[in-house]
Design a protein around this ligand. Structure first.
Ligand code: NZQ
Ligand code: ZN
Length: 389
């Protein structure tokens, strides 16, 4: 394993009823002004909003509301939230939602305190956070990104057509509350998309060196099998508590840095999806589902032994009487089959992206990361996009 330093400062509260049980007390640790931040209103329909407000009222908090955080949150929305937080001397930001809400809140927690150009200094380049961002607590309502227990905030700058994020430990939420029953109301399409995002994060970490015996890869295999099994169960019964609990913690485990320890990590597929998102606003998990099988058909021969291990250990493919290449390829096709089985899009066209979209401009704007088994070129990324059409 490679050397590492590990830290995760987020305190996680997990389980049915955890918000009711702990939020009032937790909020008591912060000043009086709490900004609750959320998305398009699902929390008002499913009762989460009322439950949170009741707990905050018990803690006698002044509440400032910041709503309408969109999927793929924009930097413009971040600045709007930062202005509101400053005007109201907010002491605690409480984000209630999925990755989009949580990421937007992390960015607000920085921008509300920082005097300079936050976009240039923390997103365009890796900045140094030598100040305390506004404290942030989060209540997760959909399993997927794992943003609740890391310092990453993926933000879209619409004018620059760039969607990007970096993991700043100082931006880790102070606390994260995860009640699996809160995810019962997530529509199937979003549940599947979030779950595929979990699988994608694990694969992006797993398919990178070192490939020798290491505990991070072993945990990754267990997590992948858990996601596959429990997503199938949650599709059958959306109110299956066991399935929803597993998916919720799988999401956190995939992105709380634990399975990244000692690994280079890849995340090239995420780089490609983020730029597709920057240009077309496509759904994150769905973009990944279209890209992954095509990307892996492209690189599997460069990481043959690992792709073989994936086929055998995750998809139970028998290696008997087959070449390594055959087994490895069958693993990639098993992944593609699973994507079809769970009803996800398999082409860019299904995401509304066709020949009229300037795929070359998107490909040229993608970051190239060093972690993959083969470093991509912009030309190859364009080939992959064209194969995804
Ligand atoms: O906006 P509302 O009305 O709340 O509806 C949301 C939204 O439409 C809905 N939803 C959430 N909880 C619900 C619910 N509907 C009914 N019942 C509930 N309990 O779900 C929709 C999608 O929410 P969103 O937050 O956009 O989804 P997700 O969690 O997949 O987040 C995606 C964003 O996170 C970024 C993505 O790029 C994308 O911008 N990522 C963040 C990462 C990180 N910080 O670590 C890593 C990821 O790779 C990813 O890039
Ligand atoms: Zn993701």
């Amino acid at each position: 394993m490679n050397n590492f330093i590990f830290e995760n400062s987020t305190k996680a509260f997990f389980g049915k009823g955890c918000v009711k049980e702990y939020l009032t007390c937790l909020a008591g640790h912060y000043g009086n002004n709490v900004m609750i931040a959320y998305g398009g209103g699902s929390i008002k329909k499913n009762g989460i909003y009322d439950e949170v407000l009741e707990s905050l009222k018990k803690a006698r908090k002044n509440i400032v509301e910041f709503s309408g955080i969109m999927a793929n949150p924009t930097y413009k929305k971040v600045l709007e939230g930062a202005k509101l937080a400053k005007e109201n001397n907010v002491d605690l930001i409480l984000g209630i939602g999925g990755g989009s809400v949580i990421d937007c809140c992390k960015a607000i927690s920085l921008a509300a305190v920082y005097e300079g150009d936050a976009w240039q200094d923390f997103w365009m380049r890796a900045g140094i956070i030598d100040f305390e961002p506004l404290p942030l607590g989060v209540i997760v309502t959909v399993a997927g990104t794992g943003s609740e227990m890391n310092g990453g905030a993926v933000i879209t700058n619409e004018e620059a057509k760039i969607k990007t994020g970096r993991d700043y430990p100082r931006c880790n939420p102070k606390f994260a509350m995860l009640d699996p029953t809160y995810t019962y109301s997530v529509p199937k399409r979003q549940m599947v998309s979030g779950s595929f995002d979990i699988l994608s994060h694990i694969m992006e970490i797993y398919f990178s060196e070192p490939d020798g015996d290491n505990v991070s890869d072993d945990i990754a295999e267990a997590l992948m099998k858990n996601v596959i099994r429990n997503l199938r169960a949650a599709i059958k019964n959306p109110q299956d508590y066991t399935a929803r609990s597993n998916l919720m913690w799988d999401a956190t485990m995939a992105e709380n840095r634990i399975i990244k320890l000692g690994k280079r990590t890849d995340f090239e597929c995420h780089q490609m999806e983020h730029q597709l998102g920057a240009y077309t606003n496509c759904n994150h998990g769905e973009g990944l589902a279209v890209l992954h099988p095509v990307y892996y058909r492209h690189i599997y021969k460069d990481g043959l032994s690992k792709f073989k291990k994936f086929a055998v250990n995750v998809w139970n493919i028998s290696p008997d009487g087959k070449t390594d290449q055959e087994v490895a390829r069958q693993g990639v096709e098993a992944l593609a089959g699973f994507i079809k089985e769970i009803g996800m899009p398999t082409t860019l066209r299904e995401l509304g992206i066709d020949e009229t979209v300037d795929l070359k401009a998107i490909a040229d704007s993608c970051n190239i990361v060093p972690g993959s088994y083969r470093q991509m070129t912009h030309k190859e990324i364009l080939e992959i996009f064209n194969q995804c059409l």
